[in-house]
Write a protein that binds this ligand. Sequence first.
Ligand code: NAI
Length: 253
Amino acid sequence: GRRIVVTGAASGIGLALADRLLAAGDAVIGLDRSPCPDRITTSVQVDLGDPDAVRAAVASLDGPVHGIANVAGVPGTAPPEVVLAVNLLGARVLTEALLPRLPEGAAVVNVASVAAHRNTVAPEALDELVGVEDAAGVRAWLTRHPLDGPAAYDTSKAAMLAWTERLAVRLLPRRVRAVSVSPGPVDTPILDDFRTTMGADRFDGAVALVGRHGTAGEIAAVVEFVLGPDASWLNGVDVPVEGGLYAARKHRP
Ligand code: NAI
């Protein structure tokens, strides 16, 4: 069977994904700052915002990894340096550390967000952020490009899209794919924080356009597909899973 690394596997979308993979017979290595449920094959408690801890966690694992799902994330209620360190740097450091273990046919799926489109940081600065190597680098970048928590969230997700494209190109010769998946509002414990950072009116307006929140399972199903062999020609792109939000915004009745 396959061995798939899932970050954020203790809750929400990551846990829903882990359950789908387990049901399909895959082994799941769950990484989260909170303990994962016992049914997760291997559970590693780690703060993804701490690059040294992430590298140590990877060193404690052995064997090949057939897929990485970078799902863990913090909302814009957290300080900007934490948002960027967890959502972007954590995913990058983990992926870099695992790259040597990915065989041909493996895939990296990065969970971004429709919030990426609210990013206001210019492309050159965004590229600079994508290249940041450590927490000090994040802080230095933030002094040049000050953002509050909510803006840092949007930018962390935009940077994830930019990083995913570059990663896909880099991994082409190895026949390893990298794809981002961008959810719209999904009913998980993080949702109230998004309502706070976006403002209730704006948030509720977006939800009203599509009629309801998505479920963690509806996102996990797409991530599972993208990880798998049936998605072998899907690479370097973003897959929005947002219930029709973009279309509804564009063509309001
Ligand atoms: P959640 O709050 O249920 O799950 C997030 C998981 O990440 C938790 O288990 C948490 O412990 C873990 N995590 C947070 N910080 C961590 C750290 N420093 N180290 C290790 N683990 C950490 O939320 P949800 O909705 O499942 O979020 C998953 C991803 O989906 C996030 O990246 C989020 O930004 C993204 N997303 C969620 C949307 C939603 O409406 N729920 C919409 C768009 C994107």
